[in-house]
Write a protein that binds this ligand. Structure first.
Ligand code: ATP
Length: 583
């Protein structure tokens, strides 16, 4: 269900627990107070729905609920808007519920409330899809005597499906192509479509300029300011419209009418379609377009679904800093080196417009100067890093220009490195973690949650692994907000099997939000289980003196810092712990 909502040809389902409860009341004839009582006991609306169905007497078994009918009803639900939409949604759900047999009821309701609780993440679904197509093509494989190295072939096939999804995250387009091509399918069977956001390329952490220089030795590279704003993937569609997507692939167009205007004014009329990668940053126009913090930007209104916020209501001005282009006039540019992609960018947008549309500030180091003992290069890089800090940037990005310099969607690759201020402060980087539980606060914090138990994600095992307790950096208002947020459907009745920790908080939360956490350093821990098995066989990694920095709204819980990120940060920490002896 999560991926239905993410497909940008479709809308979010936007159904709250109360609509589902009302539908359940009507479909099963159970009172609301009874449903609440059952929910308090079972802790899951799907289990409640199943129990309601099991006690219901039906005169005749319902006719089968077919997947295609279910999908078409979900699509109908997703496009209901405006007055009376809640009643229409409820009535569609009641019809679905009436067609459910046995356990179908449980999974229908869990689907509607977008909490299937089967531990299957998107990656698992993609692997399963690849495996299903691969196996169903096995007759051809046997006929053609391709039986050798089947496991490896399946792995490669799965990787192709994943790559295809990263550039075209839309099952409506991938599945028919997969079914049509069978094992002949490869990621190049499909190409990007403007209007469908691709998974953005990500950067690796380094512990400073010397490490970056070592990685790029004898290769031409570029350094760009790492702006502290919000990532924006800007699409020009074939119909001439412009759309903006967040790092998380959410459509944020309504938030940026001024950005749309400037793009329309600047891009050459010949540009039919394009996809750009950029950072939108808040600027103070009265003060020489001084860059402002991410917090300023996040105070900008969001606009309602489908309609842009009014330009004259905008209180925070922005400048977009463009750093990449992935599609130009229908031509997919992912495989071209960055140096050539930049040329496409400039051909489309010329010199840009100061304070409104700029290219990320950069310096280029050609391969002959890319060596550790080249003093002038070191000085140049350090000055550039200092300038970036002076300009309120987070640090710099170091990117390969010619060798392996393609755009790799969703990959955190060695060809994009980041050097951040945090490195100078001890820990190489902050972590993006998910609150998975909390204790009831004491003293001044009675009535709130404190501390929160924070976790990273391990995509290989699909588990959230605890990293630390955090109890500093929050404002009182934030505590109040979180007390309201973590209630009802956001509380789990017991620890789920996919939470790995030796901590026992008072409450377990549904993984819903991501927070940026910074600390002094990383240490091996017998309690926390982050990256267990990667650094130490039975102990995890924990962060010392953690403090909350900010919410990261444009990231899903399964896109938070991973176990591998934490293991890598641990090993690049200059003051390493003696792993063998633990703490
Ligand atoms: P962080 O919290 O450090 O921003 P992240 O996980 O969001 O990390 P990374 O890929 O690790 O993303 O770092 C790159 C991020 O930095 C991008 O997501 C983008 O929002 C931002 N950014 C700012 N300036 C640039 C730039 N010149 N090139 C690439 N990314 C940039």
């Amino acid at each position: 269900m999560k991926f239905i909502a993410r497909e940008k040809t479709l809308q979010e389902l936007n159904i709250g627990g109360s609509v589902v409860t009302a539908a359940l009341e009507e479909a099963c004839g159970v009172s609301r107070s009874k449903i609440t009582e059952m929910y308090n006991e079972l802790g899951d609306l799907g289990d409640v729905a199943l129990a309601c169905r099991q006690t219901q007497r039906l005169l005749a078994p319902p006719s089968p609920l077919l997947i295609k009918d279910l999908l078409s009803t979900l699509r109908k639900i997703s496009v209901q808007t405006g007055s009376g939409s809640t009643a229409r949604k409820r009535s569609l759900i009641v019809n679905l519920m009436r067609s459910c047999r046995e356990k179908e009821m449980k999974f229908l309701v869990r689907t509607l409330v977008r909490n299937l609780r089967i531990g299957a993440m998107l990656k698992t679904v993609l692997h399963a899809l690849a495996q299903a197509v691969f196996i169903s093509s096995s007759l051809k494989i046997y006929k053609e005597g391709m039986v050798e190295n089947l496991k490896e072939k399946l792995q490669n096939f799965s990787a192709s499906v994943l790559d295809a999804y990263n550039i075209l995250p839309n099952f409506d387009l991938i599945v028919p192509s997969l079914m049509g091509k069978g094992i002949e399918f490869s990621s190049s069977s499909l190409s990007m479509v403007s209007g469908i956001p691709i998974k953005p390329m990500l950067a690796k952490i380094t512990n400073g300029i010397s490490q970056a220089l070592k990685i790029f030795e004898n290769k031409a590279f570029t350094c760009e300011y790492k702006y502290d704003g919000q990532r924006a993937q800007i699409h020009k569609l074939a119909d001439g419209s412009v759309r903006v997507f967040s790092r998380n692939s959410d459509d944020t167009t309504s938030k940026f009418p001024d950005l749309i205007k400037i793009i329309n004014e600047l891009c050459k009329p010949a540009a039919s379609t394009f996809i750009l990668d950029a950072e939108v940053v808040a600027v103070d126009r009265k003060n020489n377009c001084r860059l402002m913090s991410f917090q300023e930007l996040s105070s900008r209104g969001r606009g309602s679904k489908g309609s842009l916020i009014a330009v004259d209501s905008i209180k925070v001005d922005i400048c977009v800093f463009v750093f990449d282009i992935m599609l130009a006039n229908g031509e997919q540019l992912l495989g071209l080196p960055l140096r050539r992609r930049r040329k496409y960018l400039k051909d489309l947008f010329g010199d840009g417009r100061l304070g409104y549309f700029e290219y990320a500030k950069e310096i280029t180091i050609e391969k002959d100067d890319a060596c550790l003992n080249c003093e002038s290069t070191l000085i140049k890089l350090n000055c550039f890093l200092g300038d970036a800090f002076q300009s309120s940037c987070e640090g710099i990005m170091v990117k390969s220009l010619d060798v392996d310099a393609g755009y790799f969607p969703s990959k955190r690759s060695d060809t994009w490195l980041k050097v951040k201020r945090d490195y100078l402060e001890g820990l190489n980087d902050s972590l993006d973690l998910v609150p998975i539980g909390a204790w009831h606060g004491n003293g001044r914090k009675v009535g709130w949650f404190s501390p929160f138990l924070m976790a990273c994600y391990n995509p290989d095992t699909e588990e959230f692994q605890s990293v630390c307790r955090v109890m500093s950096g929050f404002s009182d208002a934030f505590y109040v907000k979180m007390k309201e947020f973590f209630s009802g459907d956001n509380i789990l009745c017991k620890k789920p099997a996919y939470y790995q920790t030796a901590e026992v908080p008072d409450m377990w939360f549904v993984p819903q939000v991501v927070w940026e956490i910074r600390g002094a350093d990383l240490t091996v821990s017998p309690v926390h289980q982050a990256a267990v098995g990667l650094v130490h066989p039975s102990r995890g990694i924990s962060i010392r003196f953690p403090r909350f920095i900010r919410s990261v709204p444009d990231r899903n819980p399964d896109e938070c810092s991973t176990a591998t990120d934490i293991a890598e940060m641990f090993s690049s920490q200059t003051r390493k712990m003696d792993v063998a002896s633990g703490d």
